[in-house]
Write a protein that binds this ligand. Structure first.
Ligand code: 4NP
Length: 159
């Protein structure tokens, strides 16, 4: 069976989308689906290409058992629309940037990640310029939406 490929996207690819990747990967592994669901992340900017996730994101994630240390920043590319089935933006600005480069023939799902939390239009707030509480809030939202995304992918496969 062809794996379902999920790409998490934010601005810098050092805070929100690496967290989303790490959390969702962990939920997928717990569900025994690591062989059929692949997860990656990228940034709309090229500001942190090659860098590990922000130390504060890594620390907050590790406190809940998610190890983000092996991840490295990369910029989203037009070719990602050929490779991925779900491209999930952390906020509306990320989504607009993705819509600008989306090829006309993309037949996957492009949308906000938090739509899978059941809150249409909700965004994962950028924690970069704030304190540690912001990073924990990102984790709360991302854990919640990851559960919903996993259910949605499972339901699609059961069709
Ligand atoms: P992210 O957060 O988009 O969640 O990775 C940010 C990281 C870096 C910057 C902005 C947001 N920056 O301005 O460098």
């Amino acid at each position: 069976m062809k794996p379902t490929k999920v790409l998490m996207v934010c601005l810098g690819n050092i805070c929100r989308s690496p967290t989303a990747q790490g959390v969702f990967e962990s939920k997928v592994a717990e569900a025994g689906l690591a062989h059929v669901i692949e997860v990656d992340s990228a940034g709309t900017s090229n500001w942190h290409v090659g860098e590990p996730p922000d130390r504060r994101s890594q620390q907050a994630a590790l406190q809940r058992g998610y190890d983000l240390s092996a991840q490295r920043g990369r910029q989203v590319q037009r070719s990602d629309f050929e490779a991925f089935d779900y491209i999930l933006a952390m906020d509306e600005a990320n989504l607009r940037d993705l819509e600008d480069i989306k090829p006309a023939n993309f037949d996957g799902h492009l949308g906000l990640f938090l739509d899978f939390m059941g809150e249409k239009g909700a965004e994962v707030p950028d924690p970069y310029h704030g304190g540690q509480a912001g990073f924990n809030h990102v984790l709360d939202l991302v854990e919640n939406a990851s559960e919903g995304l996993l259910l949605a992918i499972k339901a699609k496969h059961a069709e």
